[in-house]
Ligand binder design. Structure first.
Ligand code: NAG
Length: 204
């Protein structure tokens, strides 16, 4: 009985940890809906997102006009103000490509923040090229990402495995929404298979 209770406590603690928001203050969990976007050969199957090596030439479908490889969820949580947090974990199960965005905080007019991985496991920001965490996202690694966007104060932070690793104190003004999955930006190429889990959203 004691062993069982200890095990239950460990399971409970692990679940609580997996779903914890980063940062301070009181967070309210929200559950926005999403639309799946598959472009140029990208495939989303549940929480698993796969891009082939190169695009299939098609530009039809939502979010596909630039012909880039994409398999993503576009969340319908559009906001212009308030404080918004995303949390989730990804694990790359195969990767022969590089410069692939796994998480975006997108503006309707501006492509704002794109978190991306390189084939060496670095996580970086596509917009300003800054390295966010070195070598932590190799094939098989589970990486927890939290992003906090204070649209009132125009601040944006990224937490990698619980540690604040990127801050922008001059975020732009726009209407924003969250995306995750896999997307090859200008300099990127496939292939990749990545699985996301423990996806949560909070607001303040
Ligand atoms: C290319 O892939 C997309 C899905 O990502 C699919 O909808 C489209 O039909 C494919 N086009 C061709 C020509 O294979």
């Amino acid at each position: 009985m004691i062993v069982k209770n200890v095990l239950l406590a460990i399971v409970a603690a692990t679940l609580a940890l997996a779903g914890s928001p980063a940062g301070s203050g009181k967070w309210t969990e929200v559950s926005p809906s999403f639309r799946v976007q598959e472009c140029a050969g990208g495939k989303a199957s549940g929480d698993t997102f796969t891009l082939p090596k190169s695009p299939n030439g098609s530009t039809s479908g939502a979010g596909c006009s630039n012909g880039h490889l994409r398999a993503e969820r576009r969340y319908v949580n559009d906001y212009t103000s308030g404080v918004h947090q995303f949390g989730g974990e990804f694990k790359i199960t195969s990767l022969t490509g590089t410069h692939i965005s796994l998480k975006q905080t997108h503006g309707v007019d501006i492509t704002y923040f794109m978190l991306a991985v390189k084939s060496n496991g670095d996580i970086y920001s596509i917009g300003d090229g800054k390295t966010i965490a070195s070598g932590v996202a190799k094939v098989g690694d589970t990486v927890r990402i939290n992003t906090i966007h204070d649209a009132n104060k125009k601040t944006y932070s990224v937490y990698v495995n619980g540690k604040e690793s990127y801050t922008d104190n001059n975020a732009p003004i726009d209407t924003f929404y969250d995306k995750f999955g896999a997307y090859t930006a200008n300099s990127g190429s496939g292939a990749i298979t990545v699985t996301w889990s423990d996806i949560q959203f909070w607001t303040q």
